[in-house]
Design a protein around this ligand. Structure first.
Ligand code: PRX
Length: 581
């Protein structure tokens, strides 16, 4: 098994100053019912995630507190108080209402990280519609899959992204309108389906009665990738905010005076659960930076906004490690707690944080389907670098075999959870059987392989399937393969995640070319760009290899595990189902 590296011990002062001071005791006594009741009381018994996250604060001493510090990619700066966010999102809610959008209908946001994204998201929830978010790197193929499967009624986008939407309008028969955020656009597009954000927001009332939701009513939908088939719409419910709230408080340790920066885009679950809902429900001031990753710019954001709590991802941390000297130029002394999520956090990264930033990174583990942090390193607990930590109070985790039987300490198996916590997905959009397939013998099977040590810490080993994690972003190999085969030179494609020291994994594509096509380096480059252009900017294969034949089962399924084993020089394993190769 893995080498357990030395603990990072917490001092008594560190432990006592955290929001959660005694993990073991809280784990034993915690109940979701009580947590739910407490939050309901705080929020005057209005169950609506947007009300709990933002509106309720607009009626308290936090009314004029800054909720959102926004900095755009060109350095433009804006501030929004809780009251302003509440009023603007009410205006947006009223707009949707006037267009005739009703409870349960899907409204998708395809925007970069600008304030309107956050305003629209909250507004959608307020009327009880289901908010969908789309990462701005998505191209037409990824957009069609998600927007047509969800039968979206409205898309909110901007002038830069609208051309991608306009090309697929004919494929979206359920679409009523596209709301275009003009913000800074030189050429504002014209189209009969378009409504203009600034115009509609100008005229409409900022008062809206937030819809009271039932616990299981859906709040947002996020498409996520598995091994096979198109991405699936994971549906989360309003009640999930209870877990997002509690974990943001205990794991991220958010307090009244904190300045919090979650670097995740709301196109992914972290950017929703801890970039909108759980963080604001704790009344914290949040920083949103709309620009790209760059070590100097990121450190400058931490310095300029005096960021105290930082939730980020391992690839970014590793990139910062590679530019370690840059940190010395900035005052990062306000930082007091660091967390990470999305892919394995290597022990060196935890220790680097301690050495260079004066604080270790605290790893957290969860998934799109889980809606909130489920396993974590807490500020009150010693860290074992390389471990994901221990289950959240209210979450029962175990390592189980394929039949759902529990395994003992230090045994590798499937990381599984009892499906009894509020943030677990409620359904998969129009795929009830897919939803059922996650559960075995009363356990939710995460698809991750892991082990638990004798102290109850969980250690990640790898995926049980072919899902790829590249720079922390989840990519389904099938989506990349089916894009590649649309290229006129390609007969077949097999795609794997190849371990990479910086990005965790990179995407590697094995390609069978048509017999009359020459296998050149230029073509490799072209194929990689083809995926970038048609599927998504982050899904392009960084390596392409031409081969004569793909390994397949006798029933014709591509055996990606064989491609991976060969690539890594590992034993191929059971080949009894393999077609001659
Ligand atoms: O394989 C695990 C990995 O990311 C997967 C979930 O990806 P996604 O749905 O995009 O959600 C990511 C953000 C919540 C998991 O099945 N993963 C996530 N966190 C960790 C991790 N792998 C290792 N260590 C982690 N801390």
């Amino acid at each position: 098994m893995l080498q357990v590296s030395k603990r990072i011990k917490k001092t008594e002062r560190q432990k006592q100053s955290a929001n959660l001071t005694d993990y073991e005791q809280t784990y034993r006594s915690f109940s979701w019912k009580d947590a739910e009741k407490d939050l309901a009381k705080e929020a005057s018994y209005i169950l609506n995630a947007a009300h709990i996250a933002v509106d309720r604060h607009a009626q308290t001493f936090r009314k004029n507190k800054i909720a959102l510090y926004y900095e755009g990619e060109n350095g433009e700066k804006e501030k929004y108080t809780f009251l302003e966010l509440s009023e603007l999102s009410s205006k947006f809610a009223n707009t949707l209402h006037t267009i005739g959008i009703d409870k349960g209908e899907r409204v998708f946001i395809f925007l970069p990280r600008i304030p309107e994204l956050y305003i629209a998201f909250l507004g959608i929830l307020k009327i009880g519609a289901i908010a969908g978010t789309l990462f701005s790197a998505f191209q037409e193929k990824a957009l069609i899959d998600r927007l047509s499967n969800s039968q979206t009624k409205i898309i909110v986008t901007d002038a830069k992204l609208f051309p991608r939407v306009s090309h697929i309008l004919k494929d979206l028969p359920h679409l009523k309108k596209v709301i275009l955020v003009e913000r800074g656009a030189k050429n504002v597009p014209k189209h009969p389906k378009l409504l203009y954000y600034s115009k509609i927001m100008e005229k409409i009332s900022s008062e809206c009665k937030v819809r009271q939701m039932k616990k299981d009513d859906p709040s947002f939908i996020l498409y996520t990738s598995g091994t096979t088939g198109k991405p699936k719409g994971v549906i989360h419910r309003h009640l999930a905010i209870v877990q997002e709230h509690v974990t943001a408080k205990w794991v991220l340790d958010l307090k009244e005076d904190d300045i919090y920066w979650c670097t995740a885009d709301p196109g992914w679950v972290t950017g929703i659960a801890y970039g909108i809902l759980g963080s604001w429900s704790n009344g914290v001031a949040a920083v949103v930076f709309g620009g790209r990753f760059d070590p100097s710019t990121w450190y400058k954001i931490i310095q300029d906004y005096k960021v105290t709590i930082w939730y980020t991802a391992p690839t970014a941390i590793r990139m910062l490690m590679a530019a370690s000297d840059v940190s010395k130029k900035y005052d990062l002394s306000n930082l007091r707690h660091l967390c990470s999520v999305g892919e394995p956090l290597n022990p060196e990264a935890v220790v680097w944080g301690q050495k260079v930033l004066g604080l270790p990174f605290h790893d957290t583990w969860w998934q799109t389907e889980l809606g909130a942090i489920c396993i974590a390193n807490y500020p009150c607990m010693d860290i074992k670098p390389g471990s994901m930590g221990k289950p959240v109070p209210g979450v029962t985790a175990a390592i189980v075999d394929d039949k759902g039987n529990e395994l003992g300490h230090h045994k590798e198996g499937n990381l599984a959870l009892r499906p009894t916590f509020p943030s677990l997905m409620k359904s998969i959009w129009r795929r009830p059987n897919k939803y059922k397939s996650y559960f075995v013998n009363g356990w939710y099977m995460s698809g991750d392989r892991a082990f638990r040590d004798k102290d109850g810490y969980y250690w990640f080993i790898g995926r049980a399937d072919d899902v790829i994690k590249t720079s922390g972003e989840r990519v389904g190999p099938f989506e990349v393969e089916s894009t590649l085969v649309e290229h006129p030179s390609v007969v077949e494609a097999g795609v794997i995640g190849k371990p990479d020291a910086l990005r965790g994994e990179i995407i590697k594509a094995f390609i069978v070319l048509k017999s009359d096509v020459k296998p050149t380096d230029a073509l490799k480059n072209e194929l990689s760009l083809f995926v970038k252009k048609h599927l998504a900017g982050h899904a392009n294969p960084r390596e392409v290899e031409f081969i004569d034949k793909l390994p397949k089962t006798r029933s014709g399924k591509i055996m990606r595990r064989v491609l991976k084993a060969k690539e890594l020089g590992l034993p191929i394993g059971d080949t009894s189902t393999l077609e001659e190769y």
